[in-house]
Ligand binder design. Structure first.
Ligand code: ADP
Ligand code: MG
Ligand code: MG
Length: 542
């Protein structure tokens, strides 16, 4: 293993990057020899249904392993159930198609599932209602009809098939996976590699899960430092937000655990660097427009995801947008984020100078609107390599930036601003909230002409090719020497109250992310085929 402190040595850096690209799979296969003799634990008799609930959406749609096993159950049961499973699959495929291919996929669904003469006709069970579907034809089978057929299929599956599934060996297998998922996570679960950056409470380093080969970043928070600086509550908020977010445009949490000295957040590894680095530190200042459009589309989707969970980010700036190895970006660093349910407002100065909205600076009550202002500032910065109201490295008092933000018009002097980007920024930088893009009811920033080349469905599905891909042998971060060294912490004593808090924080694996890891690394297939445990008699779930 490479020494985590040997971060400056180029050959080790190369090694890390090769690992990032190559090991997820081969690493997992190597480990497979020992794993194939492994078997899944028995579920505890108390069962998981209590805590899991018996919610169809969570068990059969949202949790990746649950979704797989439910599908296997349907395919294994009878032709009717199998047809329903295939329809849902075809529907997902159709959603991400475009133009002619999309039309073709739709017609294939019509022919396969909605015509009584087809062997896979879905609605023979529907009795009289079947009539409704037999009248569907090429002329009236539009997108709304597609949605309708899908909803009808889900409604069907939620009934009989779902109750049968809960009594089947497939669901017993799911409970075994859930038991495995609850294992205690310690630092021995990971290999640790070089430091990637440093934050307020400790360093961030690359780690790899030993038995799957999956790479992650690990953000370590020094327990004593948290206590001295009163950062415990903030750490918990950050963890809870990372845990809730389930979007490809927001950093996801995979594990939360503790060791003797640190609380650890294991999150998506972003090896492409942050956007601030891309704006200022790679030769020509600024980012070219094709990339700006792509990143802003992803940022916009990420912000909409946070807002849909009633979370205000409050720290939107290029520095907090990180690129992964493929060149896709995600929002990170939720230390300032706050949850504001039911349209609640807050009046608290928070954010970074140069990105804060007028309503924050005027100390008014505010909500989600402040994030759209910061998005406007960030787009401006990506193009012009300066902020709308503050020049790059300009020595200026915060009061003056505040004055300019409240009073001055935003000027577009840089030649790289084209008409669509100017229009988009101007709409995000409206000083009055009620005029600002993203804040007026019903207006969706994604409909702006700036995004005309983006298909948001495909973007959400991860199918939109990034316009630029990080080179695997380059480190997109300032030299390690540039990271300030951590100051010594005074010797504070941790008491039982602190210990209780650390326990509450250390919840182990995050279900959706963990299950994805099991599937992507091949562990799911491997254990499912090697583990021949049958459901013990009388142990079916109640
Ligand atoms: P803080 O909240 O203390 O500022 P951050 O979450 O911003 O901590 O992390 C500190 C630094 O670590 C970042 O500026 C970045 O360089 C690096 N970093 C953070 N998260 C990741 C990640 N997921 N992948 C790669 N590097 C990261
Ligand atoms: Mg930070
Ligand atoms: Mg932070």
């Amino acid at each position: 293993r490479c020494d985590p402190r040997g971060s400056g040595c180029p050959s080790q850096l190369m090694y890390l990057n090769n690992l990032v690209v190559n090991t997820t799979y081969p690493g997992a296969q190597q480990a497979g020899t020992s794993r194939s003799s492994m078997s899944l634990p028995r579920p505890k008799s108390s069962g998981l249904l209590g805590s899991e609930g018996s919610c169809y959406e969570s068990l059969c749609e949202q949790q990746p392993i649950g979704r797989r096993l439910f599908r296997q159950f349907l395919l294994d049961s009878n032709s009717q159930y199998a047809a329903a499973a295939k329809l849902l699959e075809d529907f997902d495929y159709w959603q991400h198609m475009e133009d002619e291919a999309k039309e073709k996929a739709k017609m294939s669904v019509l022919a396969k599932f909605c015509q009584p003469e087809s062997r896979t006709f879905l609605f023979s069970h529907a009795g009289d209602a079947a009539e409704k579907y037999t009248s569907l034809s090429i002329s009236n089978f539009d997108e709304a009809a597609m949605e309708h057929v899908r909803e009808a299929t889900r409604t069907f599956l939620k009934g009989g098939p779902f109750s049968e599934y809960l009594k089947s060996p497939f669901f017993y297998r799911f409970l075994q996976w859930k038991e495995y998922e609850k294992q205690k996570i310690t630092r021995k679960y990971f290999y640790e590699f070089r430091t990637l950056g440093r934050g307020g409470f400790g360093e961030v380093c690359a780690v790899q899960v030993k038995h799957t080969g999956q790479m992650y970043a690990c953000k370590k928070l020094d327990k004593r430092r948290l206590k001295t600086k009163g950062g415990e509550r903030l750490a918990l908020i950050e963890k809870q937000i990372l845990e809730k977010a389930n979007s490809r445009f927001v950093i996801n949490l995979a594990y939360a655990y503790e060791d003797r000295t640190h609380l650890c957040l294991v999150i998506d590894l972003m090896s492409g660097g942050d956007l601030k680095f891309h704006i200022y530190d790679l030769g020509k200042r600024g980012i070219r427009m094709e990339r700006v459009v792509y990143y802003v589309a992803q940022i916009t989707s990420g912000i909409l995801h946070l807002h849909s969970m009633d979370i205000v980010y409050r720290d939107m700036k290029p520095e907090n947008v990180l690129l992964d190895a493929k060149g896709q970006c995600r929002l990170s660093d939720f230390g300032l984020a706050v949850e504001l349910p039911k349209g609640k407002k807050i009046c608290q100065k928070a954010g970074t100078t140069g990105y804060m909205a007028p309503e924050i600076l005027r100390q008014e009550n505010y909500g989600m609107s402040v994030d759209w202002w910061s998005v406007g500032c960030s787009i401006y910065e990506m193009v012009a390599a300066r902020l709308p109201f503050k020049d790059f490295k300009e020595k200026v008092q915060n009061e003056e930036v505040t004055r300019r933000t409240l009073e001055d018009d935003c000027k577009f002097q840089h030649s790289d601003f084209d008409a669509p980007v100017k229009d988009l920024i101007s709409h995000f930088l409206k000083k009055k909230v009620q005029n600002r893009l993203g804040c007026r009811s019903g207006d969706d920033p994604r409909n702006h002409v700036f995004f005309k080349g983006i298909n948001f469905h495909r973007l959400e599905a991860g199918l939109a090719e990034p316009p630029w891909v990080p080179k695997p042998n380059v480190i997109y971060a300032k030299d390690m020497d540039a990271f300030r060294t951590a100051s010594e912490v005074e010797d504070v004593k941790l008491d039982s109250k602190d210990e209780r808090f650390f326990k509450e924080f250390s919840t182990g694996a995050v279900p959706v992310r963990w299950q994805k890891e099991m599937i992507e690394s091949g562990t799911f297939d491997l254990l499912n085929s090697s583990d021949k445990t049958e459901m013990p008699a009388g142990s079916e779930a109640q």
